[in-house]
Design a protein around this ligand. Structure first.
Ligand SMILES: *[C@@H]1O[C@H](CO)[C@@H](O)[C@H](O)[C@H]1NC(C)=O
Ligand SMILES: *[C@@H]1O[C@H](CO)[C@@H](O)[C@H](O)[C@H]1NC(C)=O
Ligand SMILES: *[C@@H]1O[C@H](CO)[C@@H](O)[C@H](O)[C@H]1NC(C)=O
Ligand SMILES: *[C@@H]1O[C@H](CO)[C@@H](O)[C@H](O)[C@H]1NC(C)=O
Ligand SMILES: *[C@@H]1O[C@H](CO)[C@@H](O)[C@H](O)[C@H]1NC(C)=O
Length: 556
């Protein structure tokens, strides 16, 4: 019924449309030559000049990275011979080095940017118009917000707004909301939350749950936040989690504690993802949270005494939309603290970076875990669910980060477990390098089934519940049941948590052949802004476990 009508429309659209081809957004010239079934590593930059403590991919395929201003001098000068005068900086009151860079994926180049005040251990979210909102930091930066709007020339830089926040936000977590506002939750000794734009009648709201979950080592910093399909917020801190109505400031329910009583948030840094949301356009959409790794209670104090406790090897999954869910626990092949969990275009989860012993914090991690692990949520055979990947060349400990690139690679950077930049005479020198891990799906053996997106009717804007037609090419087509179309919200990653990360699997209406090696797929835009808040998304088309390079589109 609907299908027949739309097939006719699509055919017209496809045959009259100018064959506007997308530029390969991040070209394959950077793919590593050597592939194995366990993926491949490549060094992109030996030195970026800064350590990538915080990273965010922006809509024009540039990545903003920054660390902190009070580390001492970095290894890259500020642009245009400028220097920063900051009488309140705790390390350098006069500083001619940069602490932020903008990296360009397609040219593999970068340029320095200027941050004025301290961005250390801060949080961020991309606003629905594509501008990055960064919130807080330390010292003179803790009440600031900063914005960065990416440009196509060399003119754009950070813009700072002093005293915007009502409370100090150091180790807080952000999440974009269905109406485009950003919620900023917690931070050190902050048992409250606030919004951007600022709430006109009340600037901040107390959240006793954050006080209840703090402990001697403050194992509830950088709480894990996930926006659920019903519009409420899932908040995990220490071992406990709640379903939270942020508009009414109401805890709707508390979920069972994660088994084992061991903390999962900073400094016992585990990581967490909201598993891909399958948007079937039905009133109730399921959602499941996953948390992996961390450090046993007391590990931080032990590390301060020079005793490095083995990290946690357990992961828990909680179907948060079930009426009475319970954690389902699994064991990773290797224990890990300070890992980063990222959603891959296939819907699998990569767990990358981190240490086998100790916790987050200065000099507190030992035994780097060099092998990423890929977890397949839908694999029935539990022995095949975790796959160990190729060993990384470099340790990535405290203050490292990771993110998914539009071509399916995973970018890793950072690692600075020291008070200052420290390049020699220490066990784990500060890392200024940038590397990429290519998961096995990028190997040449997937080339025949890898789809290329040629054209879409929604690259200028995907609407909620509105159809989008996608024309794609694949040389060896398997079947329509092997095709899926997924939106990914690129996260702000720092301290082992990818804020705002989400994947929505769109409802597929039809897949059909229209040429020798050319096909189209029709999908329906997300059901609601609760399922996918407005903003810029990467759209991947996946065929037979091989992802296309993503295209960017605004969800309006
Ligand atoms: C590829 O792998 C082979 C065998 O392991 C090795 O000899 C060669 O140096 C590698 N090439 C590159 C470019 O890494
Ligand atoms: C600092 O940068 C210079 C070049 O600008 C480079 O030669 C050096 O290796 C860098 N140092 C580190 C530790 O990356
Ligand atoms: C860090 O660097 C600053 C500025 O160079 C210096 O004043 C401070 O003593 C250093 N701190 C440590 C712990 O080395
Ligand atoms: C996005 O919105 C913010 C807040 O209103 C504004 O400051 C910024 O300039 C906007 N960015 C763009 C690209 O319009
Ligand atoms: C919000 O923050 C301000 C500044 O710290 C404080 O004076 C006020 O009491 C806070 N309000 C609430 C409701 O926490």
């Amino acid at each position: 019924m609907m299908n027949l009508f739309h097939t006719a429309v699509i055919l017209i659209v496809f045959f009259i449309s100018s064959s506007l081809n997308f530029q390969a957004q991040a070209t394959s010239q950077f793919l590593p030559p050597n592939f194995s079934k366990r993926g491949a590593w490549q060094l992109l930059q030996a030195s970026m000049g800064i350590s990538a403590m915080h990273m965010q991919l922006l809509r024009n395929n540039k990545i903003i990275m920054f660390d902190r201003t009070d580390f001492g001098p970095s290894n890259i000068s500020l642009p245009g011979g400028r220097c920063r005068t900051d009488p309140s900086d705790t390390a350098l009151t006069f500083d001619c080095t940069a602490h932020s860079v903008l990296y360009d994926i397609s040219t593999n180049t970068f340029r320095p940017l200027m941050v004025q005040t301290d961005t250390w251990c801060s949080s961020g979210s991309v606003l629905s118009n594509g501008t990055l909102l960064q919130t807080g930091g330390f010292n003179d930066g803790d009440l600031r917000i900063r914005m960065f709007t990416s440009c196509y020339d060399l003119t754009c830089d950070w813009v700072e707004f002093p005293d915007y926040l009502s409370r100090r936000r150091w180790y807080a977590t952000n999440q974009i909301l269905p109406d485009g506002r950003i919620i900023v939750v917690g931070g050190r000794r902050q048992f409250n939350f606030e919004f951007y734009p600022r709430n006109p009648t009340q600037a901040n709201f107390s959240l006793p749950f954050l006080q209840q979950t703090t402990d001697q080592n403050e194992n509830n910093l950088y709480p894990f936040l996930h926006l659920l399909p019903d519009g409420n917020l899932f908040i995990f801190a220490n071992t406990r989690s709640i379903l939270f109505d942020f508009d009414r400031n109401l805890v709707l329910k508390e979920f069972p504690r994660i088994p084992g009583e061991d903390p999962r948030n900073y400094p016992s840094s585990g990581s967490s993802v909201l598993l891909p949301i399958n948007d079937k356009n039905k009133p109730s959409v399921e959602a499941e949270v996953m948390i992996c790794g961390g450090a046993p209670r007391g590990s931080f104090d032990e590390a301060l005494q020079g005793k490095f406790v083995q990290a946690l090897a357990t992961c828990g999954r909680l179907k948060v939309t079930d009426p009475n869910p319970n954690w389902v626990m699994e064991t990773m092949p290797v224990p890990r603290v300070m890992g980063d969990m990222l959603l891959l275009p296939t819907g699998d989860v990569i767990i990358i970076n981190g240490a086998g012993l100790g916790t987050a914090g200065w000099e507190n991690g030992r035994k780097p875990v060099l092998c990423p692990v890929i977890y397949r949520p839908s694999e029935q055979n539990s022995r095949l669910r975790f796959r160990v990947m190729s060993t990384a060349p470099r340790p990535r400990l405290y203050h490292s980060s990771a993110l998914l690139l539009p071509d399916g690679r995973v970018l890793v950077g950072g690692s600075n477990p020291h008070v200052n930049y420290s390049f020699s005479g220490v066990e784990f020198p500060t890392e200024l390098s940038l590397e990429a891990f290519s998961p096995p799906y990028l190997s040449p053996e997937f080339s025949p089934v890898r789809p290329t997106i040629l054209y879409t009717t929604c690259n200028n804007g995907l609407g909620y519940m509105v159809l989008c037609h996608i024309r794609f090419r694949v040389s060896h087509y398997v079947s329509a049941s092997e095709v899926s179309v997924r939106l990914v919200a690129p996260p702000f990653t720092t301290h082992s948590f990818a804020m705002n990360q989400r994947m929505v699997v769109l409802k597929l209406v039809v897949v059909a052949r229209i040429g020798w090696d050319t096909y189209y797929a029709t999908v329906v835009g997300p059901s609601s802004p609760q399922i996918a808040p407005p903003g810029f998304y990467l759209m991947f088309l996946v065929h037979a476990s091989a992802p296309s390079t993503a295209i960017w589109l605004p969800l309006l």
